[in-house]
Design a protein around this ligand. Structure first.
Ligand code: FO1
Length: 320
C-alpha cells in the first residue's frame, strides 16, 4: 500500500496517457492532476480548455485516442451547419465536445470558477480523479514566430505548427495565482512525489511552472520531482515538439529536455531507445532512469505509472 499524495503535471495527449496510468495505480485521494490552461481560448464565444478536456475525456474513457483530442463516437452536425452558414471551421468542434464548451461557458458566465466547472464536468462524466486547472485566472500562450506572435491555437491548428518558432509568451501569468488546492498540495508534508508527464515542456509544462511561486515551492519541497521524456529517439510521439526544439537551436534529444528542467527535477525517465543518453543526463546532475515510455495500451500506461511511482519511493528515501 502506498502512502502519501502525488502531483502530476500534464498538457494534452502524451501527458494524458500517463495521467490515466497514474489514476489506475493510485487511489483517487492520492493523486491530483494539474492541467495546463495556456492553450485555452475563446471560439464562437465559447471558452475552450483543450488540455483539461483531453485529460477529462481520457480519464472518463470517452476520448478519441487516435485523434488525441475530442471525444470518440463523435458526430459533426454542428460543424457542418456552421460551414453551410459560411462560418470559419478551422477549429473543429464535434457535437458531443460542443456540449462541454457550451456548459463550461454558461457556468463561467454565471460566476463559477474554472475549477468548479471542471469539478462539475468531471462528476457528470464519472471521473473520480482530482483534475484541476493550474490556475483559475486567465493565462494564454502566444507563440513568437519569425513574422509575428500568434495565439497558440492559431499556431497549432490554424497554421498547423508551420511558422518558425523563436519563443513563447504566457500572457497574464504574472497576475495569475496557482489554483488553491494545487498550492495546498505543494505545501503539504504529505506530498510524496511530483511527476511531470510526457507533455511539451515549452507550451504544456512551462506555463504551469512559471505561475508565481510554483517553481520556488517545488524546489523547497522534499518530494522528488520526476519528468518523463516526451521525446523518444529524437522524435515527439505527437505534436510539434521536435520542430520547436530544432527552431530554438537545441539538439532534438531527450537530453535537451532534461537540460530544460535542470535545477528542478531529480530524475529524468527516458525510453529504452534512448538508454545511451543516460550518461549525458547524469552529467547534468540529474538521475536518469530507463524504461519503456511509449504507451500504446492501457497496460503500458499503467506500467509506466507503476515504474514512476516506484521511482518516487526509491528517490524519496534519498531526499528525506
Ligand atoms: N487540434 C487540431 O489539430 N485540430 C482541431 O481541429 C482541434 C480541435 C479541438 C477541439 C477541442 C479541443 O479540446 C481540442 C482541439 N484540438 C484540435 C487540439 C487542441 O489544439 C490542443 O490544444 C492540442 O491538443 C494541444 O494541446
Amino acid at each position: 500500500m502506498r502512502a502519501g499524495h502525488y502531483l502530476a503535471f500534464s498538457g494534452g495527449v502524451g501527458g494524458a496517457k500517463l495521467a490515466l496510468g497514474l489514476s489506475r495505480s493510485l487511489a483517487p485521494e492520492q493523486l491530483t492532476i494539474i492541467a495546463n490552461t495556456g492553450d485555452d481560448f475563446q471560439h464562437f464565444g465559447l471558452h475552450i480548455s483543450p488540455d483539461l478536456d483531453t485529460l477529462m475525456y481520457t480519464l472518463a474513457n470517452v476520448s478519441n485516442i487516435e485523434q488525441g483530442w475530442g471525444q470518440q463516437r463523435e458526430t459533426w452536425n454542428f460543424l457542418a451547419a456552421m460551414e453551410s452558414l459560411g462560418a470559419d471551421t478551422w477549429f473543429q468542434l464535434g457535437d458531443r465536445d460542443l456540449a462541454t464548451h457550451v456548459l463550461r461557458t454558461q457556468w463561467l458566465q454565471s460566476g463559477r470558477s474554472l475549477s468548479e466547472v471542471t469539478k462539475q464536468l468531471c462528476a457528470r462524466l464519472g471521473v473520480a480523479a482530482n483534475l484541476l486547472p493550474m490556475t483559475d485566472d486567465p493565462v494564454r500562450t502566444w507563440v513568437c514566430c519569425t513574422e509575428e506572435t500568434i495565439p497558440f491555437q492559431h499556431y497549432f491548428v490554424k497554421r498547423r505548427s508551420q511558422p518558425e518558432v523563436s519563443g513563447f509568451q504566457f500572457r497574464g501569468i504574472e497576475q495569475a495565482r496557482p489554483q488553491p488546492r494545487f498550492l495546498e498540495c505543494l505545501n503539504s508534508a504529505n506530498l510524496k512525489g511530483v511527476i511531470i508527464c510526457p507533455s511539451n515542456p515549452f507550451v504544456s509544462v512551462d506555463p504551469l511552472l512559471q505561475l508565481p511561486g510554483v517553481r520556488e515551492l517545488l524546489q523547497a519541497s522534499a518530494a522528488p520531482i520526476i519528468a518523463v521524456s516526451p521525446l523518444v529517439g529524437g522524435r515527439a510521439i505527437k505534436g510539434p515538439l521536435a520542430k520547436m526544439m530544432a527552431e530554438l537551436g537545441m539538439p532534438v534529444t531527450a537530453t535537451s529536455v532534461a537540460r530544460h528542467y535542470r535545477g528542478l527535477i531529480d530524475c529524468f525517465v527516458v525510453d529504452e531507445g534512448d538508454a545511451t543518453l543516460a550518461g549525458q543526463i547524469e552529467d547534468l546532475g540529474i538521475q536518469a532512469a530507463v524504461t519503456r515510455t511509449i504507451m500504446h495500451s492501457l497496460e503500458e500506461r499503467v506500467a509506466l505509472a507503476e515504474f514512476v511511482i516506484d521511482l518516487v519511493s526509491s528517490l524519496g528515501g534519498v531526499n528525506q
